[in-house]
Write a protein that binds this ligand. Structure first.
Ligand code: SF4
Ligand code: SF4
Length: 303
């Protein structure tokens, strides 16, 4: 980024102070002098603005003034989920927006909060800092789970991950004949709930990825699933992979003849709206399943 002497001005736009604590924790890892940077008291003396928290109505004007006051070439680093997206404060009545809605941002450091090692790594990367022993310092901290990646080949598009994600970092988008399962890293707090709940082990948190990005929406991981077309009305509804997975689960547990299999397949190819209208078909499928299950339980199998 071409900054010669690095003079950082810290700005707390509003947040829970978790990120501020992690920023201060950097000093436990390495001394500021060793880093070759200076922490300055006023924006006029700075060329780097390190912002934590999303901006609220009160801090908005101060943030604009701080940005106008820092020296060129300016570098703005947004630290943490709130700075990038407003995080848990999204939708709050007093919020003015994420930092990039107020001033241009050059680098986003993800996490709620990001670990000090991650912040230090991002600073070293963005400011081209050279610190002895940096590799040891930046070793992934114990317990850090990494970024979620979805395996297109394993994902069935069931949406369980989106249901449990506490940060709304997973979108399920129906687009024509496709369903998209989209992981938005900018919102992710690396909690691993998606990995835990996924029935097909399609999500894995990868330790070792950089948790900082220059473009907020750049590092999205996604899976695209073909949706099944309703036999009755022709509308695409649930993903084929999800229905096939459901059918294979039934087949794993219950022995069935060709006739029952094709009736169940047909039932799984009718959308919710048409199911409500042709309830008879659904009842028939339920009856088939109930009778297969009772036969299997007679043999000791469990559904
Ligand atoms: S299969 Fe896993 S990754 Fe895919 S939508 Fe379901 S829970 Fe999410
Ligand atoms: S790790 Fe998964 S569940 Fe947790 S915030 Fe990130 S995308 Fe959501």
């Amino acid at each position: 980024m071409g900054i010669q002497t690095t003079r950082i001005y810290r700005f707390d736009a509003s947040g829970c102070n978790g990120c501020d604590i992690e920023v201060l924790e950097i000093l436990a890892l390495v001394s500021v002098a060793e880093l070759g940077i200076e922490i300055v008291e006023t924006p006029n003396d700075a060329n780097v603005l390190l912002v934590t928290g999303g901006s609220n109505l009160k801090s908005k004007r101060e943030l604009e003034s701080a940005y106008a006051a820092i020296q060129e070439p300016r570098l703005v680093i947004a630290v943490g989920s709130c700075a990038a997206t407003m995080g848990i404060f999204k939708g709050g009545y007093a919020m003015a927006g994420p930092i990039d809605a107020i001033i241009p941002v050059d680098l986003y450091i993800m996490g709620c909060p990001p670990r000090p090692q991650v912040i230090l790594g991002a600073l070293a990367d963005a400011l081209q800092l050279k610190v002895e022993g940096m590799e040891t310092l930046l070793r992934t901290p114990q317990g850090f789970r990494g970024d979620p990646h979805v395996d297109q080949g394993k994902c069935i598009g069931c949406g369980a991950c989106a249901n449990v994600c506490p940060a709304d970092a997973i979108e399920i988008v129906e687009s024509g004949t496709e369903r998209l399962v989209r992981f938005m890293r900018k919102d992710c707090i690396f909690c691993a709930s998606c990995q835990e709940v996924c029935p097909t082990e399609a999500v894995e948190l990868h330790v070792g990825d950089k948790a900082w990005v220059r473009k907020k929406d750049a590092s999205t991981s996604e899976a695209r699933l073909q949706r099944r077309t309703c036999l009755v009305c022709g509308t695409p509804f649930l993903p084929d992979a999800q229905m096939n997975w459901a059918m294979s689960r039934v087949e794993e547990k219950l022995e069935m003849g060709t006739g029952d299999r094709s009736k169940l397949q047909r039932s799984l190819s009718i959308c919710m709206q048409c199911r409500r209208k042709s309830i008879g078909e659904v009842r028939e499928a339920k009856t088939i399943l109930a009778s297969l299950a009772s036969r299997a339980s007679g043999r000791g199998a469990r559904c």
